[in-house]
Design a binder for this molecule. Structure first.
Ligand code: FES
Ligand code: FES
Length: 160
């Protein structure tokens, strides 16, 4: 079945089994390797992307559900000022170790900061932890990732 959606601002059309997980379509058909296959059960968040401004786990979403939506992966975000701000903050805070969770963490932090009511309010630890609750990290213990979100909020003044 042919399915059309926007991916990182570009219109794309894929010819796939409509029930194929979107994660598989992104990685195998569209070359988007930043979403990772972790648990495959909606628990770890490593496969997450942004769909119509919502963080979603692509391992659980049949590709047909992407029809007509706008998707953002790290590939689309990493060269933007906001994406770079979050990536730099994660590196500064040493919030990246093995890196398996990192693409989804970047998207989760970006999503949190970009949806603040007021761009000059730094989220609290609790707000950040809630925003990252769907993303598991086996390496960092989370404190450095929380710190990265605060750095990105502070340093990104003028770009959010
Ligand atoms: S691989 Fe999708 S939530 Fe773990
Ligand atoms: S840095 Fe290794 S899982 Fe998060």
């Amino acid at each position: 079945m042919k399915i059309c959606f926007k991916l990182n601002g570009q219109g794309v059309k894929v010819d796939v089994d409509p029930l194929q997980p979107l994660l598989h379509t992104l990685r195998e058909q569209l070359g988007m390797t930043s979403p990772k296959q972790g648990c495959g059960e909606g628990e770890c968040g490593s496969c997450s992307i942004i769909m119509d401004n919502q963080l979603v786990n692509t391992c659980l979403i049949p590709t047909i559900q992407a029809k007509g939506t706008a998707l953002v992966t790290l590939e689309g975000l990493r060269n933007t000022p906001k994406g770079l701000c979050v990536i730099d903050a994660l590196l500064e805070a040493k919030g990246v170790q093995c890196g398996f969770c990192s693409p989804a963490m970047v998207l989760a932090i970006y999503h949190l900061l970009d949806n603040r009511v007021c761009a000059n309010i730094t989220p609290t630890d609790q707000q950040i932890r809630e925003a990252l609750a769907g993303n598991l990290c086996r390496c960092t213990g989370y404190a450095m990732i929380v710190e990265a979100a605060k750095i990105a909020a502070r340093k990104g003044e003028g770009i959010w």
